[in-house]
Design a protein around this ligand. Structure first.
Ligand SMILES: Cc1cc2nc3c(=O)[nH]c(=O)nc-3n(C[C@H](O)[C@H](O)[C@H](O)COP(=O)(O)O)c2cc1C
Length: 224
């Protein structure tokens, strides 16, 4: 990871000029591996391919290049997925009754992080590479980021009520589709995964009994 941040890296990102994806060489400020908090760059809220192209190109991809993406791409992806888009705090993805039950965790080489969207930072939960533990499929540890979409079912009242699980799963579905569309827009590889061990994930992410991992997106640079 240190290596990753200590050099200039190539990132894919969208400028949306003539619907083309533009790749540039970008230097980033090194972030110490020991940082308990990673400050993310300001998300870019413009550009990208036209929506109809993104819909047409959205697909599940399970093969990832080893080439690293930078924190700007992660900031953009997280914002596109579930970022605050309005002054009243509402977001890019809807939630039933605006319950805002979703939390997003990023499992990457340097550790497990909780995305704190209001501050645009990643907060370290656990240091170390736990990507392999986020799913049994072979490609999982090869994805740069495994991003868990978690619902706090208590935001919908009684967590045992089927409505709570239904709404939580639906909220996660919207976030997941936003992730898919952002990745299509930037030619990134991603796949939504329901295949993971819930007990392992609850422990890794230190969730409470009301929180449920709904999906995990493996994300990385597309392998050509
Ligand atoms: C709720 C859900 C769970 C999924 N779980 C997995 C999974 O655990 N592993 C996997 O490789 N793909 C998983 N997928 C991806 C589907 O296999 C994929 O969407 C489907 O084959 C259609 O392909 P497409 O996404 O390219 O249209 C999941 C998709 C959804 C919506």
């Amino acid at each position: 990871m240190k290596k990753m941040f200590s050099m200039a890296i190539i990132s894919a990102f969208c400028l949306g000029v003539n619907a083309q994806t533009v790749r540039i060489q970008q230097s980033i400020t090194p972030t110490s591996e020991d940082s308990k908090v990673i400050n993310l760059p300001k998300p870019r809220k413009e550009g990208g391919k036209p929506l109809m192209n993104c819909l047409n190109e959205r697909k599940s991809i399970r093969k990832f290049s080893e080439k690293p993406l930078d924190l700007q791409v992660l900031a953009d992806l997280l914002w596109a997925s579930y970022g605050i888009s309005r002054e009243d705090g509402r977001r890019t993805a809807p939630t039933a009754r605006n319950a805002q039950d979703i939390s997003i965790y990023v499992v990457m080489e340097s550790g497990i992080y909780l995305w704190e969207s209001t501050k645009n930072v990643l907060i370290l939960i656990e240091k170390g590479d736990f990507r392999k533990e986020t799913g049994p499929q072979e490609f999982v540890p090869t994805a740069q980021w495994n991003i868990a979409i978690v619902s706090d079912l208590s935001k919908y009242g009684d967590v045992k009520d089927v409505a709570a699980v239904k709404y939580g799963a639906m909220s996660a579905g919207y976030v997941s589709e936003n992730m898919y569309l952002y990745c299509a827009s930037c030619d990134l590889a991603t796949v939504a995964r329901g295949m993971f061990n819930p007990e392992v994930m609850n422990k890794l992410l230190r969730l409470n009994e009301n929180e449920m991992v709904m999906l995990i997106h493996s994300v990385g640079m597309m392998s050509r």
